[in-house]
Each structure stands twice: as structure tokens, then as C-alpha cells.
Design a protein around this ligand. Structure first.
Ligand code: ZN
Ligand code: ZN
Length: 179
């Protein structure tokens, strides 16, 4: 499958009238994510997005809103899992950029702002999504995962494996018996 191009928005060419807000409806490409060593894709990977740019003297306040669905493997049982996200990202982009070497980590917004003054919306969206992700992506909240001994999916079957006897618990049991 050919790689798609990131969605680019030409920000600095927007009229610089103080307080004027302009809204754009865009088709936003969402690149796949790699999480915990697995690939997750957006279905669809092009979503309708709304971008609002307001000139605030020296730069633009930009808001990007879209909804998306992420699909991939459940972290516990590896069955298909999906996640619906409503994303709202806001940032301020100065029209005059400092030289690249002066961009520090605290100026994260500059990372999506390219040298020609356009915004890489796909990268910005990816970063906004990363902040919204739960600690684990699961097929269901109470996913029981796989049996560590036989690999059975415990959501669908009880395999009957006995949990391995842990030495520490054995000691605790003896201590309790002596009490
Ligand atoms: Zn699961
Ligand atoms: Zn088992």
C-alpha cells in the first residue's frame, strides 16, 4: 500500500487581521500508530476535520477537531479491539519562527510548524491522539486475557490450568500456619 502524504495546512498565507477567525473543513490523514510493539490503524485513515485559525497578533491560535476510530490488537488477549476518540487540539503558532537550532523542547508547537510556515496537521493530530490514549487498549474493560500456561483466551473458555505455585506465597502460607 503506498504511503499517504501528511495533511499540510498553509497557515502563514492566511490573512493576518486581528481577531478574525476562519474555519476550514479538511480531509485529515491519520498515520498508523505503533504502540507496545504492535501496529494500530485508523479506520478510516482519512477523517473530516475542522480547523479554526484566529490571528492574535504575532501568530495564530489554531484549533483542530475531529473524531476517529483506532483498531488493533487487545493488549491482554490479542483479539481485535477498537477505540473511538473525539480529539480537540489547540495551540498557538507564531508567524515568525525562530531559527530551527533555537527551538527548544518547551516550544513543542514548533515541531508541527514547518520552515515554509505550513502546519503538518497529521503529525499534530498524532501527538494529540497520543495524549488521549488510555494506558491499555482492550477489547473490553474486563478482558481476562490469555492463560499464561496454555494460552487459552479466558474470555471464552476456562482452561482449568492451576496457577503456578509461587515460592513467596508458599512461605507466607507456612508462616500463617505457624501463627
Ligand atoms: Zn482482550
Ligand atoms: Zn490454561
Amino acid at each position: 500500500m503506498p504511503a499517504r502524504n501528511p495533511t499540510i495546512f498553509d497557515l502563514v498565507s492566511q490573512p493576518q487581521e486581528l481577531g478574525a477567525a476562519r474555519t476550514f473543513e479538511l480531509a485529515l490523514y491519520l498515520p498508523p500508530l505503533r504502540l507496545a510493539g504492535r501496529d494500530y490503524v485508523f479506520v478510516s485513515d482519512v477523517v473530516p476535520a475542522r480547523l479554526t485559525a484566529t490571528f492574535a497578533g504575532g501568530g495564530f491560535a489554531v484549533k483542530l477537531e475531529f473524531s476517529c476510530r483506532l483498531e488493533g490488537a487487545c493488549w491482554r488477549c490479542l483479539e481485535p479491539a477498537d477505540l473511538d476518540l473525539d480529539v480537540k487540539a489547540e495551540d498557538y503558532f507564531e508567524t515568525k519562527l525562530p531559527p530551527v537550532e533555537e527551538i527548544g523542547e518547551e516550544e513543542e508547537a514548533s515541531l508541527w510548524f514547518m520552515e515554509d510556515g505550513s502546519l503538518n496537521l497529521s503529525e499534530w493530530a498524532r501527538s494529540a491522539i497520543a495524549e488521549l490514549l488510555p494506558p491499555q487498549i482492550l477489547c473490553r474493560q474486563a478482558c481476562k486475557g490469555l492463560c499464561p500456561q496454555c494460552g487459552a483466551n479466558l474470555n471464552f473458555e476456562e482452561c482449568g490450568c492451576k496457577p503456578p505455585l509461587d515460592m513467596r506465597w508458599g512461605k507466607l502460607r507456612k508462616w500463617k500456619a505457624a501463627d
